[in-house]
Ligand binder design. Structure first.
Ligand code: PMP
Length: 276
């Protein structure tokens, strides 16, 4: 079952209009929620980010946060989802193609869930990455449907036989195609500050809290690709990837080239945040 506009429908009954502005302009916003044991993880934080993005791009949410939460709970129940993700997007609405915001327009909500297992193998074994210039716009803090640069970046990684890209602006590391990046050097955790150049990841915030509770010094400050290559450990964070170690970047081993001890301890702490 999907939720579309104002009701639960089968996928074949999601009758999207070509005039949906999400389709023409990427004029919409979204969230991806993780479901562990039938429950949405960090729901309030995701809803808060959705609200913030909506207000910044001036899309009026079609329902209250409480009502949307209820819709997602029902969606999970109706689909009998235990472990997976919920995708929810809201576009500005339907109108003949023209750039200005339409005068009368109703935002359109689409939500569905997918059964996905935790990526245990890569969480355990790690991934490799390449560096790539971050060519995105200057509002990467907004979770909008304009994902072409992220799609291109991810494909570049796969074309190079690795799983992720480390994006940088003029040598300053920002984040990855669909995750945030953290590095450890001399027991200090570094990650890009949560400003307009990165998505303020929910997993990022959880892992930073865990790091502080483990008395690891956290420095939210920019660092370069050169510094990253000299790090002791590096890992990515995200709703679906959780906390996945990076073993090599541009063919160079990070630290020993195996998942590091701080990464491992943050991983086990992270697991405790959703374990029953
Ligand atoms: N950065 C980008 C560009 C992303 O697409 C994502 C995934 N939503 C993240 C970071 C990680 O954010 P979160 O932990 O909220 O999934």
């Amino acid at each position: 079952m999907y939720f579309f506009k104002n009701k639960f429908v089968n996928k074949k009954d999601v009758l999207l209009s070509p005039d949906d502005r999400g389709y023409y302009f990427g004029d919409g916003i979204y969230e991806v929620f993780r479901v562990y044991n039938g429950k949405i993880y960090e729901q309030a934080a995701h809803m808060q980010r959705l609200q913030r993005t909506a207000s910044e791009v001036r899309i009026e949410l079609p329902f209250t946060i409480e009502k949307m939460g209820h819709i997602l709970t029902q969606l999970i129940e109706k689909n009998g989802l235990n472990e997976g993700t919920v995708y929810m997007q809201i576009t500005r609405g339907e109108a003949p193609r023209a750039h200005p915001f339409p005068a009368q327009v109703e935002p359109i909500l689409l939500a569905y869930c997918t059964e996905v297992r935790r990526p245990i193998a890569t969480i355990h074994n790690g991934i490799n990455a390449i560096t790539l210039e971050d060519i995105r716009w200057l509002r990467c803090d907004l979770k909008t449907l304009n994902l072409l640069p992220n799609v291109m970046a991810k494909q570049a990684a796969l074309d190079h036989g690795v799983q992720e890209v480390v994006l940088h602006r003029n040598g300053t590391v920002t984040e990855c195609s669909a995750s945030n990046l953290m590095m450890i050097k001399d027991r200090v955790l570094y990650t890009h500050p949560a400003n307009h150049l990165i998505l303020h990841g929910i997993t990022r915030a959880v892992v930073l809290r865990l790091a502080l509770s483990q008395e690891i010094t956290v420095k939210e400050e920019p660092f370069t690709t050169e510094q990253l290559l000299l790090a002791d450990e590096a890992f990515i964070t995200g709703t679906t990837v959780e906390n996945t170690p990076i073993l090599q970047i541009d063919g160079k081993a990070i630290g020993t080239g195996a998942p590091g001890p701080i990464t491992r301890s943050l991983q086990s702490e992270f697991e405790r945040t959703f374990a029953q």
